[in-house]
Design a protein around this ligand. Structure first.
Ligand code: WT7
Length: 638
């Protein structure tokens, strides 16, 4: 596999950038030539950010699995496509070559067909990090079904909300999954969710943990049995469905500043080209290298840089079932040495957590195979950056700090490994095709350098979201109404004297906890569901490992008022039940009231300051209905 679009020098970056911005159609049309089409496009790009309407490669016909699998068979059939490392290092690892992956994806695509899945249907996937998850997603894409992967840590209620929004007809899951020393009962959670999901007709269950599960006649079937049926049918071949460039590839739900997660929609051609282009460039992937992205496929990072980007590039992608600290804090480094990992892509929160174990876990680890390190998901502090650079990269591996979002499909702002300069805690310069700008509150663009503002993007790139599933107005409202004709990222940002970008964090009511997006309104809604809770307000605060922690102020007037610790745990149980353990507040402070303006709006600014510990710098409280409440909250802060 060769990558004619791979940028190899600073000069090439500058040229590519200029061309991509001045003449996007010619630039991306040229990149698209390196992909496999059933029919080429009629028009590279048509867009307006008003409606919004964004169409890349209209008239083009293709299937993403032909690009991710079939086209590698001619010369690279025996190259490992997926290396799978189990949770327990004593268990056997698995390798799937491109030939084997091809076979398994076609098999499962036939299973989906046998179970009534047709082009355009939505399939929900709720699994742990096992190869079957990748196979299931690719099998959907093979037949043109739309997958919606739900992270294995979400609760039954969250799953039900997502399944109902997508109107999924089939669910693919496992009996359970292993995570560290825990067994997660996936099928059981699905059973709970499906009590309120009438659209689901079939559940396909793969065997992994051997956790006992109930199997409902007529609805549930075993993955392995279904494969046997396909095998006895004798013909493993499953043609790749011809898809329009703008047909839906997947839906992925993500939190926003309102209560309900939105289904971000990505389409076939633009997403394929953006993830491949950015993968090959940002990480400077070379054929034969082993790429290890530690993200779960339940998040966009796993979709783009564990699955689609690497496979489209013919790379070897390493999939790890477990967690970095199990059975001990050497685990990632053992994996790097065992499989001679060349590229390691992880989150600042993982780096900070491993840093906390000191250098002992690194004793005897070579790490000599590493060539490029990457980080994603949240701002990386300089201390973590330096530790990663010194102790993991041994001062010889470029670190790419990749800024992007679920909605952007792939990386937008990042240095290019070894090609463009890096700067600790800076994502640095935009990739070709990306035109960032900083604007002030009124929407006025801030010109020049050494300025801070809200980050917007002025032109579409191929990987931009196309809609929010079932509610296009929500897409317009969320991303395109704050500033005219610009995509609003929700992030604050500083541009330094060299025009390098440093993301400073969300400016909306979205928290970033361990690199996971959580809406404060979502957490508040869950807390308010708890019996006895009158009202609550949730804000973020700096957390040494998670980046941000969740701080909840709760007005409670229930039965166990005199047992605050018990009530606290009850509230945590409610949040876990309604959203999942990732949304559990780190701190809950009981209050007798919340600071509100005379019009009844909660003054979050004040609550944020108190949570951050800046109690002497609260600012003006004179517009509050009851300024005294601030004193009480300050006095009792945790
Ligand atoms: C938000 C998007 C896209 C990958 C995983 C997260 C924050 C992401 C960085 C970075 C500073 C970052 C932003 C963004 N973020 N990468 N390199 N430096 N902040 O995807 O869940 O959609 O969250 O994560 O605040 O808006 P996501």
């Amino acid at each position: 596999m060769s990558y004619p679009y791979q940028i190899k020098s600073l000069k090439e970056y500058q040229e590519a950038y200029k061309e991509s911005v001045e003449n996007p159609e010619a630039f991306w049309g040229n990149v698209a030539e390196s992909f496999t089409w059933k029919k080429k496009w009629d028009k590279v790009l048509e867009w307006n950010f008003k409606e919004p309407s964004i169409k890349w490669f209209q008239g083009g016909k293709l299937n993403i699995t032909e690009n991710c699998i079939d086209r590698h068979l001619e010369t690279n059939a025996d190259t490992p496509a997926i290396i799978w490392e189990p949770n327990n290092p004593e268990d056997h690892y698995r390798v799937l070559t491109y030939r084997e992956l091809h076979h398994k994806v076609m098999q499962f695509a036939n299973v989906l067909k046998n179970n009534g899945v047709k082009k355009g249907h939505r399939v929900c996937i709720y699994m742990g990090m096992v190869p079957e998850l990748a196979i299931a997603a690719l099998a959907c894409a093979r037949i043109g079904a739309v997958h919606s992967v739900i992270f294995g840590g979400f609760s039954a209620q969250s799953i039900a909300d997502r399944i109902n929004d997508a109107q999924a007809t089939v669910v693919v899951t496992s009996d359970g999954s292993f995570r560290g020393n825990k067994v997660v009962p996936l099928k059981e959670t699905i059973d709970d969710a499906l009590m309120s999901c009438p659209s689901v007709k079939r559940v396909i269950v793969s065997t992994h943990t051997r956790t006992p599960v109930s199997m409902i006649k007529g609805r549930d079937c075993w993955w392995e049995d279904e494969i046997k049926i396909v095998e006895t049918d004798g013909n493993p071949y499953c043609p790749a469905e011809e898809m329009d460039a703008e047909d839906l590839l997947f839906i992925l739900y993500t939190s926003g500043s309102t209560g309900k997660p939105k289904g971000v929609v990505h389409t076939v051609a633009g997403y394929l080209i953006w993830t491949t282009y950015t993968f090959v460039n940002v990480f400077q992937y070379q054929p034969g290298q082993v790429h290890f992205c530690t993200a779960d496929i339940g998040w966009i990072t796993g979709h783009s840089y564990l699955l689609y980007g690497p496979l489209a590039a013919g790379a070897t992608t390493l999939m790890f079932e477990g967690v970095p600290t199990y059975p001990n804090a050497s685990r990632l480094w053992d994996i790097v040495d065992n499989y001679k990992v060349n590229i390691l892509y992880t989150a600042p929160t993982a780096i900070r957590s491993l840093m906390g174990f000191g250098l002992e876990p690194l004793v005897g680890k070579k790490l000599t195979s590493l060539k490029v390190l990457g980080t994603v998901g949240e701002p990386i502090n300089e201390e973590a950056w330096n530790w990663y650079n010194e102790h993991i990269g041994k001062n010889r591996c470029p670190i790419v700090d990749t800024w992007w979002q679920t909605e952007t499909g792939g990386v937008l702002i990042s240095n290019i490994a070894g090609v463009t300069p890096s700067k600790p805690s800076y994502a640095t310069w935009p990739l070709p095709g990306v035109v960032p700008a900083l604007v002030d509150e009124t929407g006025k663009e801030l010109e020049g350098n050494d300025v801070s503002g809200n980050l917007v993007i002025k032109q579409p790139w191929p990987g931009i979201l196309r809609t929010t599933y079932g509610d296009h107005e929500r897409m317009r409202q969320t991303y395109f109404s704050t500033y005219d004709n610009q995509y609003f990222t929700g992030d604050g940002c500083y541009r330094d004297e060299n025009a390098m970008y440093r993301i400073t964090g969300r400016v909306d009511d979205v928290l970033n906890v361990s690199g996971h997006r959580i809406g404060t309104a979502e957490v508040e809604n869950a807390i308010n569901m708890h019996a006895g809770v009158i009202e609550s307000a949730v804000v973020g605060y700096p957390h040494a490992i998670k980046g941000q922690g969740i701080y909840a102020y709760v007005m409670y007037n229930g039965r166990s008022n005199n047992e605050p610790e018990l009530t606290r745990q009850d509230i945590l149980a409610t949040v876990t039940r309604l959203i999942g353990p990732i949304a559990k507040p780190d701190k809950i402070q009981f209050v007798s009231g919340l600071p509100k303006t005379r019009s009844g709006k909660i003054m979050r600014r004040i609550l944020r300051k108190i949570a951050e510990g800046e109690i002497n710098n609260i600012g003006d409280t004179s517009t509050l209905l009851d300024p005294l409440i601030v004193e009480e909250i300050k006095h009792n802060r945790l």
